[in-house]
Design a protein around this ligand. Structure first.
Ligand code: CUA
Length: 312
């Protein structure tokens, strides 16, 4: 007989706190709904037509205090839930070191994953248990939404914009991955399986995979084959060593932080931010490079700034 569960299993560190917020909000809403509905019922009966209940005005003070007390109490109850949920979400937004970074590309209608060493999967994601994971997500076409109910995670995956999810899986097993944003005719079949494995099994699984070249070296090849090197290594365009992570002076006098979003924009819309001292000669690569290739290029450009000995 299938087990009856009110909520899916709690398979990530995000699950229990999310459930607590959900149950807290449900209980609070139920209490307030009962008070309102109960009040309606009491007043409907008490002041029905022909009843002898007093209809004289309440003493002024009582009148005002009840009104204010009721309003302020519900306001603060819901502000409490808001701050509880917001602080929980902020905690998961903060970038943290030693996270296993997995790139996710959504497209009509599949999920593609790429592990740090270059192993690829489609509609299947293998991750180790008790190891913090960051999903770095992009879409190749329309808006999708990465939804893993057992992890209590849902995040839009948007074309031209990077979104992230960080979590730690806490229970080995197979879990559903769904797309939670209607994205076209085959939206319903855009799903996969997330397999959480003990760390030794994950290490074995990684080595058992065909081992394509990693992101950085594939990015380095693209950098040459797309012609980037023709300018960026010949002084016509900014040298990209030690750019990532720092600040860049722009021709309009402003500064920009050279993060992944900046590199992505500079590839797709090179005219948006021109580096001081250079001509706006770079063509747009929007539509020329696939989302997967963009990820490789960014990984390569990142690697030019990561000191030797530090793990990318
Ligand atoms: Cu992708 Cu719905």
């Amino acid at each position: 007989m299938p087990e009856f569960r009110l909520l899916p299993v709690q398979a990530s560190d995000n699950a229990a706190p999310t459930d607590a917020i959900f149950i807290g909000l449900t209980i609070l809403s139920a209490i307030i709904m009962l008070l309102v509905a109960g009040g309606i019922l009491v007043f409907v009966i008490r002041y029905r037509r022909g009843s002898s209940a007093s209809r004289a005005a309440l003493p002024d003070l009582l009148h005002r205090e009840i009104e204010m007390g009721w309003t302020v109490a519900t306001l603060f109850s819901f502000l409490f839930i808001f701050s509880w949920a917001a602080s929980h979400n902020l905690k998961y937004l903060a970038p943290q070191a030693r996270f296993l970074e997995v790139h996710v590309v959504a497209k009509q209608w599949m999920w593609k994953f790429e592990h740090p060493d270059g192993q690829r999967e489609i509609n299947a994601l293998h991750i180790p248990v008790n190891q913090p994971v960051t999903l770095i997500m992009n879409s190749q076409d329309v808006i999708h939404s990465f939804y893993a109910p057992a992890f209590r995670l849902k995040q839009d995956v948007v074309p031209g914009m990077e979104t992230r999810l960080s979590f730690t899986a806490v229970a080995p097993g197979d879990y559903h991955l769904l797309c939670a944003e209607y994205c076209g005719a085959q939206h319903a079949v855009m799903r996969g399986v997330i397999t959480v494995m003990p760390q030794e099994d994950y290490a074995r699984w990684l080595t058992g995979q065909p081992h394509p070249e990693n992101l950085v070296s594939e990015g380095a090849k693209l950098f040459v084959s797309l012609g980037c090197a023709n300018c960026h290594e010949k002084g016509l365009a900014p040298d990209l060593h030690n750019v990532y992570g720092g600040m860049v002076k722009l021709s309009d006098g402003k500064e920009a932080k050279a993060d992944e979003a900046y590199i992505r924009e500079s590839i797709l819309q090179p005219q948006a931010k021109i580096v001081a001292g250079f001509e706006p000669i770079m063509p747009s690569f929007s539509g020329q490079v696939s989302e997967v290739d963009l990820v490789k290029l960014i990984a390569y450009i990142r690697s030019l700034s990561i000191k030797s000995g530090e793990k990318s």
